[in-house]
Ligand binder design. Sequence first.
Ligand code: F6P
Length: 546
Amino acid sequence: MNPTSTSAWSVLSSQTQEMQATHMRDMFEKDPSRAQRLCTKACGIYLDYSKNRLTDAVLDQLVKLAEETGVPAHARKMFAGEKINNTEKRAVLHTALRNMGDTPVMVGGQNVIPEVREVRERTYLFARRVRSGEWRGFTGQAITDVVNIGIGGSDLGPLMIVEALKPLADGPRLHFVSNVDSLHLNQTLKDLDPERTLFIVASKTFTTIETLTNARSARAWLLNAAKGDKAAIARHFVAVSTNAEKVSEFGIDLENMFGFWDWVGGRYSLWSSIGLPIAVAIGPEGFNDLLAGAYDMDLHFQNAPIRENLPYLLALLGIWYNNFLGASSHVVAPYNQTLHRLPAFLQQLDMESNGKSVRAEGEPVHYATGPVIWGEPGTNGQHAFFQLLHQGTSLIPVDFILALKQPGQMEPHRTSQIANCLAQASALMQGKTQAEVQTEMRAKGVAEDQIAALLTHREFKGNRPSNMMLLDDLSPRTLGALIALYEHKVFVQGAIWGLNSFDQWGVELGKQLATGIEQRLGAEDGGQAYDASTEALINYVRTAKP
Ligand code: F6P
């Protein structure tokens, strides 16, 4: 169902003008219970969505939009293993990876849950052996450092979670190498001991050039220390992939391979063996809690009424700004420093899923789809881009995320962290009128001409929307729920826009061109010709000595 042909869409369009002209300050004034009404809690996450530019009437229509575009039915198809990734003819079953229930999940006539659990137990066993020191390197040393080599979904999720849960980490040190720029690998390896370093080569396809290039150089680094003894590889390299043939070709023993399935998308794969570095860092029990939190959110998403359903609420609010109020980007501002890689993770999750301009069946869209996702931890963002959020010309909704409890927090830092987060959301919504500026400056005895000169500079229009998510804690379980919340938000938006959120054809062309340009840069002459700009750049680079 094309969203623009729903009755909800036309009503929302008619409501847009009125909402453009309404200030949230006035909505709070008219309805003193607004703050209490427009909030809900699930899975350890309290969502206050009252600082949004919407009325109950708008929210009713947004709920109707989800119903008219068949989102609940599409969600049931996903959980049931139907091939909703239609262009790759695959099921989308990252939810099966954390399914703690007994309902079978069928793919190709087979219940996949037993195999999911069997593979997970193998990764847990391995993680325990590494953490306990039972797993030894080629000189009999225990492992002190684990280097995950992967990129995109084989990096961002595990990295984000290992960073987020660092206060709980009690295993070997984790390092993540992703960029093909050799400085990423070399800066990581320069302080490590090859005899005590284990590499996890994580790649769903095991064909990604950055990962293979880094893995080959890491292997050379190890073999150099092992004086060429190839037997050392088995002690220091394991692989996570769906492609056993390519893993074996690389020279990793399949005994040391942890598999997963093509019905797990890369950006949704942290719940699979791709999450091995997480289990090494915080232990299998911690990883299991992460899965359990995501499962909590899966049940909430499937069962809660849309009006109290966190993924639906975030998704529908995003559609309201993206498709009706003219916002084209969205900020994620975590106020816990250890969540510093959350925006980057959500960039791939959201923008690689919904950064598309054709519907699942191939016809072009004629409405906006996936927004630009960006952000940095608060309070740092307040000293970088919050100026634009407060006084810029763009409407940019903000998700504030703050875990109230985390090991290692202390005063007065914690109170300041919370105060800043709440203050920013309030300032964005409330603003500061010219009259308030005048009163404030007069109270400080500022001369009238000075006040007049600064009045418009110091005015805050306000009416800038945000969601406030307060997490009970930053535990694996709550973090798992938060990640699943965003996965399902992306799902709901993609379903309303009628997209296939689970393929990523847009990443192919760049990779394809890079292969040919790499050859041109290496060879003397001949080879594929490129556009004039690229030809000129190739010539320029070839003359610049390395
Ligand atoms: O960015 C393109 C992409 O295919 C992602 O979807 C994926 O997570 C990443 O590259 C890495 O792919 P692989 O895990 O197969 O190396």
